[in-house]
Design a protein. Structure first.
Length: 259
């Protein structure tokens, strides 16, 4: 089992069990005590769990909760792939596109490699790497401070560059979506970048799997009315969809890709 997959499964296991012992984790994941302790340190650092004497305990997912990247990239993978495959159809030749940092926008980037006559701006180093050899794409990588643990570039330098740009379509990630509280995020510096993205874009398209709906994270990015389109996945409930009927936001549902 790869490290990222193990971390994701361990986080899910602890969240389900609430309280576990180190030996229980060793037996369940067939790894050494040293490996379990390293994984628990990483999960605790990111405030997913708290370590106890001889084990670990799940933490309630509050507004500041944000899973580490290695967990996020394994989470809801089928849903995110479907969203990425659907969202690429919004992009037209000659447009300037901005891809926000995140695991769902990364999957959109993987769908874009064969597009032609497109300018792509991003503050995500992984997205930049994926698109760096795409011959039909003019790639602009925003500068800034690397946010540790993820691949995004943040800070005043990034924000100042964004203010000088004009974008046809922005594909925005979100930690949480609520009709009344809008688009929210768990990290203040990330939210500041997202606010700037919304301000410079003619059209804002949010890419978010269905688990993000009905939740509120720590800091506000924008009101729902500032968003033009939301692309989500096939698990979205009718209850959540009904909340958007009195808004101007168009919601598109990406179907699960057949095997």
């Amino acid at each position: 089992m790869l490290k990222g997959e193990r971390l994701y499964n361990m986080a899910e296991y602890i969240d389900d069990k609430k309280v576990v012992t180190i030996m229980e984790l060793c037996d369940h994941f067939k790894v050494s005590k040293a490996t379990v302790n390293r994984d628990l340190r990483m999960l605790e650092k990111e405030k997913f769990i708290t370590r106890t004497h001889g084990g670990a305990m799940s933490l309630t997912k509050g507004t500041r909760f944000e899973p580490i990247y290695e967990i996020k990239e394994k989470e809801k993978i089928d849903e995110k792939q479907a969203i990425g495959a659907y969202a690429v159809n919004f992009i037209k030749q000659g447009e300037t596109i901005l891809l926000d940092s995140g695991t769902t926008t990364l999957l959109l980037a993987r769908q874009m490699k064969d597009l032609d006559n497109i300018t792509v701006i991003t503050n995500d180093l992984m997205i930049a790497y994926v698109l760096s050899e795409a011959n039909g794409i003019d790639l602009v990588v925003l500068g800034g401070q690397h946010r540790k643990g993820v691949y995004s570039l943040i800070g005043p330098f990034t924000e100042n560059i964004l203010k000088e740009l004009n974008v046809d379509k922005a594909f925005l990630g979100a930690d949480a979506i609520d009709v009344d509280r809008g688009i929210t995020n768990s990290n203040i510096e990330e939210s500041n970048i997202k606010k700037s993205i919304v301000e410079i874009s003619k059209e804002v398209i949010v890419l978010a799997d269905s688990s993000k709906f009905g939740n509120v994270a720590f800091t506000k990015v924008c009101d729902i009315d500032s968003v033009d389109v939301i692309v989500t996945d096939f698990n979205i409930s009718e209850k959540e969809l009904s909340k958007f009927r009195n808004t101007n936001v168009k919601i598109y549902i990406a179907e699960k890709k057949s095997v």
